[in-house]
Design a protein around this ligand. Structure first.
Ligand SMILES: O=C(CO)[C@H](O)[C@H](O)COP(=O)(O)O
Length: 262
């Protein structure tokens, strides 16, 4: 069955599978959004069904909430949980300081709120998400619909004044209409190429009227679990450095692969 998975899916799967080691009985777990996080939700669902794992999941999008319920995870709201033991989520880019760009799936607002409300944020990613400098992936910025073109112009002017290299911004679309987030907002994607001072940019963006949140996650992530297409995983821990790990045992997970692929 493993042969049916592409190397990139295998990389996402092994990262997600390794991340389940961070989840224990009784925990409140933030569940990320995206294709990598979906593998995690399915792995946790399997542990709930087959091993009797007892967790409460706080999803970061309606998509993840639906999947979590489907696979048997008890879903609660963030307000009901108040504080989480761990959040496990994907990312669009991560650098050596474990700073991230997120929001490729449009869920950055809930993702940032949930991750910040967690004792630990663990990111799961295939090795292709690793970058020297953040910014090749367009930076998502969530804006309120009211006056979004004015907000866009303000962002572009600010990028010029900050001397940021790329300055093109685009409204994220869903067919012919602007994409709408779970909170009813829109997403502007900032094509910057290379973000010099990500911390400063994140602060400046969030000070603008009309901007709800930006996709830079600075000093939020504690560890990145990096998956490779051949089944290897590596844990990059902000405190412990890199932990080299062996290849995950695919034989043990064949049934899960079957479920996931079907
Ligand atoms: O930030 C996100 C959604 O808002 C995702 O975590 C990010 O886009 C990565 O997605 P994928 O695992 O599908 O590559």
């Amino acid at each position: 069955m493993t042969g049916e998975l592409s190397p990139i899916d295998k990389a996402k799967f092994v990262a997600a599978k390794r991340a389940t080691d961070y989840v224990e009985d009784g925990m409140r777990v933030g569940l990320g959004t995206g294709s990598t996080a979906a593998w995690l939700v399915r792995c946790l669902g399997e542990m709930v069904r087959e091993e009797g794992l007892k967790i409460k999941g706080v999803p970061t999008s309606t998509r993840t909430a639906e999947l979590a319920r489907e696979v048997g995870i008890e879903v609660i709201s963030l307000d009901a949980a108040r504080w989480l033991d761990v959040t496990i989520d994907g990312a669009d880019e991560f650098d050596e300081n474990l700073n991230l760009i997120k929001g490729g799936g449009g869920a950055l607002l809930q993702e940032k709120i949930v991750a910040t409300a967690s004792d630990q944020m663990i990111v799961i990613a295939d090795v292709g998400k690793e970058v020297e400098t953040l910014g090749s992936f367009p930076l998502p910025v969530e804006v309120v619909p009211y006056g979004w073109q004015t907000t866009q112009a303000l962002i572009e002017e600010t990028l010029v004044s900050m001397d940021v290299l790329g300055r093109r911004t685009t409204m994220r679309m869903n067919g012919d209409a602007p994409f709408v987030t779970d909170e009813g907002n829109h997403i502007l994607d900032l094509h910057l190429n290379r973000i010099g001072d990500a911390r400063q940019l994140a602060m400046v963006m969030n000070q603008m009227p009309g901007v709800v949140e930006n996709g830079l996650f600075i000093d939020i992530c504690d560890a990145v679990i990096v998956g490779y297409g051949d089944g290897r995983v590596e844990v990059r821990d902000i405190n412990a450095g890199t932990i080299e790990e062996a290849m995950l045992d695919f034989a043990e997970t064949d049934n899960l692969f079957t479920d996931l692929v079907d």
